[in-house]
Each structure stands twice: as C-alpha cells, then as structure tokens.
Design a protein around this ligand. Structure first.
Ligand SMILES: Cc1ncc(COP(=O)(O)O)c(C=O)c1O
Length: 397
C-alpha cells in the first residue's frame, strides 16, 4: 500500500474535507463551530397561510425527528467524504441498518448477504426479516463466482461487510456490485470498518453506504450513532422511512459526531499505521499462531484490499498460542489496551470474539468462520505505536 501518497490522489476522504466539509457558520453569532440546536421543534409562522393551514414546506427545519441543523452538518460532511449526494444520520448503527434494509425490501423481498456479519445485522436478517415475510440467503467468499445462481425473482438487495468481523476477510465489492447491478439489485455496504478514509465504496457501485458512527466516524467511544449515505433519491426514501420508524439522531450526538469527524483522517491514518506495525510485530512473534491483517502479504485478501482500499484499517486479529484461557490471561494483562466490545476509538480496545461478540455461535460454526477460541480482535488506537507493541508483548508473557 503506498502509504505516503496523499488521500486526494488515492480518492479517500481528505483531511480538508473532514475539517471543513458540510460546516456552517452561524450568522447570528459568527460561531466557528456549528451550534448545538438542542430543540425538538422550530418556529414556523411563515408556513401557515391566512386561513391557518400549513402551506408548502419553505423552511428547511420543522421537527428534529425529521431534520436538525446540527445533525445536518454531520450528514453533509459524511456525504462529501463518501462522495455521495446526501446522507442521513441515525440514533445508532442498527437503526441505520434496519431502516435502510427495510426500505429496500418491499413486500416479501429477498436479500443476499455475506455470511460474516455484525451480530445485530445477522439477527435482523435471520429473525426480524423472516417475521415480516422476507428472506435472506448468505454467501461466503468462495461463492462470489456463483452469485448469479443465488439471485431469485424477488431478490431486492445485496449486502456486504468488508473487512469482515473478526477474521478481516476481504470481499471484492467491485465484482459483487457489478453482478448485482446487472440484475437491477440495490447494493448495500456496511463501511464501518474501513471508514471513508480507507475505502469509498460509492465508486465501486455501492448504492447505500452504512456506518455505525459509534466507531471510527465519531472516534472517541462517547456516542451511539449511525449514518447512511447515498443518492438524493435514495437518502430521501430512507429519510421518509426513518421519519416513521423514528431512529433519528439527537442534536448533541450530532455535535459530537461532527466534532469527531473533523479528525477522522488524522486518526484513521494513525490507526492504520499502528495496526500495520502491530501486525508485522506479531507475525514475527512465536507466541502467536496466526495474524489476520489485510495489509500483510500473507493475508488471503491482500491483493483485493490493495485494489479497493486506500489504507488497510486499524483492526488486527490474532490467535494467541494456548487457546482461550491463554487469550483471557493475555487481555487481562494488557495495561494500555482496554477490554471492551466496541472499536474505532482513540484508545486501543481488545476482545475475544468466541466468548463475547460471537458467543451465540456453536463451536462448529465458529470454526467454520475461522474464529478459533483463542482469537483476539485488536482495535488499534492512536497511542504511540511502541507503547502498544510493548503492552502487547509484555501481556503475551
Ligand atoms: C460493523 C458493524 N456494523 C454495525 C454495528 C452496529 O452499530 P451500533 O452499535 O452503533 O448500533 C456494529 C457495532 O458493533 C458494527 O461493528
């Protein structure tokens, strides 16, 4: 990966766009940062005609569940970073995913999805969608060549997460989305792991780009938030669905998200570098069985990641020699990295997927997905890389 090339040349989110994109100046006060419009509703006299009826919506803001100026800054910023026409903010990543997916399903729809999904999304596809009369089929990386054969008459959408959690498999979204579009399907990607700094899926054919903004976009482990980016038409449809389902973002979360996104490029580039160095260190260390990081030449998705991504990301998974008990001891001994479920924050966070995020899977399912009991998932923070490596090395014992 040409790590020293500017993201502008590479087509990733630029530092300038992170700082200035979508921002507003409040002309009442001249405030350089967008104010927090902590209001549920907006003064609206000019939308009422002389008869007391509501006229055409001439004012942009009406009610915060529908749109809010502070939240709108974060929405405009993400659409600039993702290279789409618009974006919609949500109260959580799951609100964004469920609203966007339900919007595309129509009546008795079918969705094709990668198998390795975030647990909440997997439950949406296997429990909630069937209860509403929809169906889902899952495919693995080996089945991408035969994707055509899985498409049905009522298939509405293809859903991808890449790199996957926690094995960091890479799917060729350029290929998958081209097949999907030949069949007139809507293409959806959860771009949480790469963030727009490391991948801009719109140029590879993604119609709907989703984020758990809880992670890299906000970046400080202090809010729960979600976002969806897409065309004006798609964002409009999703916003209509959101206005009914109600998973809208609170203005204060919108402010923190906007503030976090200003440093997205800086943070993610540092996290990419920290993860790369950590992966290289671990690959040469005898106390670890295998290291999964798409930036390593030994990773099966390295070639695709080089083609599609502008950076390999801040997530590294590795198998501690000695199984789950050894892995438990390892994470407990870490001093800088903290054991916690989330990822993408400024602080390094670590989990053991087999006993946390993926504990609902049977042993056979875990092994089928390449999740060995001692697999550790490490979300690199922005700390000094030597401190991270020292911490990991001493905890390995
Ligand atoms: C890849 C991915 N997508 C979606 C989600 C759900 O997001 P949230 O927790 O913000 O609802 C998560 C949460 O961990 C995630 O890791």
């Amino acid at each position: 990966m040409p790590r020293n090339k500017s993201l502008k040349e590479e087509g990733g989110a630029t530092a300038t766009a992170c700082v200035h994109g979508g921002e507003m100046i409040d002309y009442m006060t001249g405030s350089i940062t967008a104010p927090i419009f902590q209001t549920s509703t907006f003064y609206y006299p000019y939308a009422i005609d002389s008869e007391g009826r509501y006229t055409d919506n001439k004012a942009p803001y009406f009610y915060t569940r529908l749109m809010n100026p502070t939240v709108r800054v974060a929405e405009r910023k993400l659409s600039i970073l993702e290279g789409t026409e618009d974006a919609v903010a949500f109260s959580s990543g799951m609100a964004a995913i469920s609203t966007a997916v339900l919007e595309t399903m129509g009546s008795r729809g079918h969705i094709l999805s990668v198998r390795d999904l975030y647990g909440g999304t997997y439950s949406l596809f296997t429990e909630i969608l069937p209860s509403l009369g929809h169906t889902a089929t899952f495919f693995s990386r080996d089945e991408v060549e035969n994707l055509d054969s899985l498409i049905r008459e009522n298939t509405k959408a293809i859903y991808v997460e890449t790199p996957t959690n926690p094995t960091l498999d890479i799917y060729d979204i350029e290929k998958i989305f081209a097949i999907a579009h030949e069949h007139g399907l809507t293409t959806i990607i959860d771009n949480t792991f790469p963030s727009p700094v490391n991948m801009r899926p719109h140029k590879f054919g993604a119609d709907i780009i989703i984020h758990s903004a809880t992670k890299y976009l906000s970046g400080h482990s202090d809010i729960i938030a979600g976002m969806v980016a897409g065309s004006n038409e798609m964002a409009g449809r999703i916003r209509n669905m959101q206005s009914v389902l109600g998973g809208s973002m609170d203005p204060f979360a919108g402010f923190l998200l906007d503030r976090g996104m200003k440093t997205l490029e800086l943070r993610v580039r540092r996290q990419n570098d920290n993860a790369m160095h950590l992966a290289e260190f671990l690959e040469d260390d005898g106390r670890v069985n295998r290291v999964l990081y798409p930036g390593l030449k030994s990773h099966s998705g390295y070639g695709i990641a080089r083609r599609l991504m502008t950076g390999f990301g801040g997530m590294v998974s590795f198998e501690v020699r000695g199984g789950v008990e050894r892995a438990r001891r390892f994470v407990k001994r870490l001093r800088i990295a903290k054991v916690a479920a989330s990822l993408g924050g400024v602080e390094s966070l670590v989990t053991i997927p087999s006993v946390t995020s993926h504990r609902q899977l049977s042993r056979a399912e875990l092994l089928e997905r390449g999740i060995s009991p001692g697999l550790v998932r490490f979300s690199a923070g922005i700390e000094d890389v030597y401190d991270i490596i020292d911490d990991v090395s001493s905890a390995l014992g």
